[in-house]
Ligand binder design. Structure first.
Ligand code: GLN
Length: 471
């Protein structure tokens, strides 16, 4: 069921928050052994919160699954890493305070790629998560546990984080809705940092409406995040009539290694909007090809700095290797980080190093500015840009494990929204064989209401994604 349906039942006295949690716990024991979406859950403390739930609040009594890089007081926060395997959060992230203030109950710690670096959740150092639509396949990533649980009906909705596609790409692969808000709309305080200028928390759910409910609860000014919009500059652009949206189709995007069934499903979505009365036009984004290389310079540079804090001294893994403090730090990092995290730290350190920073980092910042300018220019003429979310459906576990570059191309359509700070949503729009396909909408800053209205229009005509999955 969706949040909306459950809220109706709660208010009608047909169910209770404790009964919902009990049901989820049953579904988890029935299926999560196979899916592997949950790293852990807090049934006992959640039941205690359920007993005091205020049903008059917008999310009153609704359990929400949390990606394992968002701090919840007293709960583990491993980030999918051996380094933080035994770390317990000393405080609530701002988004958790917001969820609690809206009556929701944080429930469960969802698997992810280590420190959110990856597109398949295979980089989790702790366990493998499988796609509920086909257990031989990946759920996408890095918020793979969040997406898989929502698709597997072991969670009602979840929070993910998105640095280059980590909410939208797994949402697309699992057949759920995922929204990455405008950079600055939601506080990052308490989100473990990967690449601070790109990271954004957002909702993943079975319906567009549920994503909207969560977005409304999460968005707020926060003095603890200096990049978060203040109270007076965060108003969303009104949605207007979704049937009058001007939709831009970036030229050449459907040629970029897009599987024929993915192109067919996305083209059908375009024709749906055209039939509703939306104006469809082609737009040019000439620098789009720079997005993936630009991202892997900017994101690794920021990660190499952010991950400097894992030194084995203050928290997390400390090596028992005897030696000098520097040897202890080196051993702690060598033992605690997995191969992809090490690759990113090395890449990021290199692109920032003296003699190379101008050639790589500074140049990437210029490319980023150019990409942003092109997207903003395109979005001055249309309301949203429509593409596939991912070029191909979910691949098999292990299939791309030996080739990181192949994996990096999973995010070819999602990365520009992070580089440009724009809001973007993935909405399920059909199947390729038995595997879900999603389409992707990107809008101007603070145009979330338009993206959501467009998604609702599609959903109203096609049914919720989980109903499609059940067919
Ligand atoms: N797949 C991309 C990466 O590996 C994006 C991850 C993310 O959005 N956190 O960096």
């Amino acid at each position: 069921m969706t949040i909306t349906t459950l809220r109706r039942q709660l208010l009608a006295g047909e169910t209770t928050p404790a009964a919902i949690l009990g049901k989820l716990a049953g579904e988890i024991s029935a299926r999560d052994g196979q899916t592997g979406a949950y790293l852990s859950h807090n049934l006992e403390s959640a039941l205690a919160e359920a007993a005091n739930a205020d049903l008059s609040l917008p999310l009153g009594g609704i359990p929400i699954a949390i990606k394992d890089n968002i701090n919840v007081l007293g709960q583990p926060c491993t980030c999918g890493s051996k380094f933080l395997e035994n770390f317990i959060s000393p405080y609530d992230a701002t988004v958790i305070r917001k969820l609690r203030a809206a009556g929701a109950i944080p429930f469960g710690r969802m698997n992810q790629d280590e420190f959110a670096m990856g597109s398949s959740t295979e980089n989790s150092a702790l366990q493998t998560t499988r796609n509920p639509h086909d257990p031989a396949r990946i759920p996408g990533g890095s918020s793979g546990g969040s997406a898989a649980a929502v698709a597997d009906l072991t969670a009602i909705a979840a929070l993910g984080s998105d640095t280059g596609g980590s909410i939208r790409q797994p949402a697309s692969h699992c057949g759920v809705v995922g929204l990455k808000p405008t950079y600055g709309l939601i506080s990052r305080f308490g989100l473990v940092a990967f690449a601070s200028s790109l990271d954004q928390i957002g909702p993943m759910a079975r319906s567009v409406e549920d994503c909207e409910l969560l977005l409304n609860a999460l968005a707020s000014a926060d003095a603890r995040d200096m990049t978060c919009f203040g109270p007076s500059d965060r108003a969303l652009t009104p949605a207007g009539d979704a049937k009058q949206l001007r939709i831009g189709i970036p030229k050449g995007f459907l040629g970029k290694g897009v599987a024929p069934e993915v192109a067919a499903a996305v083209n059908a979505a375009v024709e749906f909007y055209r039939a509703q009365g939306c104006a469809i036009s082609e737009v040019e984004l000439p620098s789009a090809d720079l997005a993936v290389p630009t991202y892997y310079v900017v994101a690794t540079a920021e990660a190499s700095s952010n991950l400097g804090r894992y030194d084995g001294v203050r928290y997390g893994h400390r090596s028992t290797v005897a030696g000098t403090p520097v040897e202890m730090m080196t051993a702690s990092r060598s033992e605690g980080f997995g191969p992809e995290v090490k690759r990113r730290i090395l890449l990021g350190t290199f692109v920032l190093s003296a003699g190379y920073a101008d050639a790589y980092y500074v140049r990437a910042l210029r490319a980023r500015a150019k990409i942003r300018a092109e997207y903003l220019a395109a979005l001055a003429g249309v309301d949203v840009l429509l593409t596939p979310t991912v070029p191909t459906p979910a691949f098999k576990v292990g299939e791309k494990a030996s080739d990181p570059l192949q994996l990096y191309l999973e995010d070819i359509f999602t990365i520009p929204a992070n580089l440009a700070g724009l809001p973007a949503i993935s909405v399920p729009c059909g199947k390729s064989g038995h595997l879900p396909v999603g389409f992707h909408l990107v809008g101007a800053p603070l145009s979330e209401a338009k993206l959501l209205a467009a998604g609702r229009l599609f959903e109203a005509a096609h049914g919720y994604a989980h109903q499609q999955a059940a067919l």
